[in-house]
Design a protein around this ligand. Structure first.
Ligand code: HEM
Ligand code: HEM
Length: 171
């Protein structure tokens, strides 16, 4: 570890992590809530789901750009090379999916020209609308988040290394 390597993530980073996490939880919940409901109710949910999802995309781009300019703590280790690699890859995949989800959502919106219906109140949602790639990769993203939370709990409760503190404010 070099003298400049910090012990925790920077306050900007911590803020980005938790704001994005909260927005993803809300957007995910709203996305799931669009299933099996009448079209008029779906429009009301999409009015929130779509802009929140776009906000996630914009914040993820900021996070991605800032990523290589901000000093980060050493990668966490649990003393097992395979588990450490899984941890590293889960983080990469979380980045990829947190960008792919809003991108494929935007693709849906463009394909079905949803903006005038959702935000302009013009006409109604197309009858045969399906969630395409957006719906297919949603469960994979959900599983990755679950794995990530379980790993955080494993560090906190079983290894008791207080890894969560690295993703919080402090000296
Ligand atoms: C973090 C970002 C996002 C997450 C986690 C997310 C998640 C989801 C989920 C889980 C569903 C339900 C899928 C299904 O019914 O199979 C959904 C539906 C939908 N999402 Fe997203 N979404 C995100 C961003 C966006 C964005 C940015 C847009 C558009 C600009 C969008 C447009 C839609 C639409 C139109 C549906 C309804 C599809 C249908 O009823 O067939 N999403 N979303
Ligand atoms: C309750 C939910 C969550 C908990 C408890 C949690 C916890 C943590 C912790 C403790 C770390 C630091 C790991 C380390 O020190 O190496 C971390 C890092 C990270 N988390 Fe989460 N997290 C949550 C939600 C999310 C969500 C929804 C995402 C989706 C984008 C996410 C993406 C990341 C990424 C990519 C990292 C690696 C560090 C970075 O590049 O920012 N987390 N998380």
């Amino acid at each position: 570890m070099s003298a400049q390597t910090p012990k925790r993530y920077s306050p900007l980073w911590v803020t980005l992590h938790w704001v994005i996490a909260l927005l993803i939880f809300i957007t995910f919940y709203l996305g799931i809530s669009t299933q099996d409901i009448p079209s008029t109710e779906k429009v009301g949910i999409l009015r929130w789901h779509m802009p929140l999802g776009i906000t996630v995309l914009l914040l993820m781009i900021v996070r991605f750009v800032v990523r290589w300019r901000t000093p980060h703590p050493e990668p966490a280790t649990v003393g097992n090379a395979l588990l450490d690699k899984i941890g590293e890859w889960t983080h990469y995949l979380l980045y990829i999916f947190a960008i792919l989800m809003p991108l494929t959502g935007t693709l849906l919106s463009v394909t079905y020209n949803l903006a005038p219906v959702v935000f302009g109140g013009e006409g109604s949602l197309p009858r045969g609308m399906t969630s395409m790639v957006h719906g297919l990769i949603g469960p994979i993203f959900g599983l990755l988040i679950l794995l990530h939370i379980l790993a955080a709990l494993y560090h906190q409760i079983i290894r008791r290394d207080n890894l969560l503190a690295r993703m919080w404010y402090g000296k």
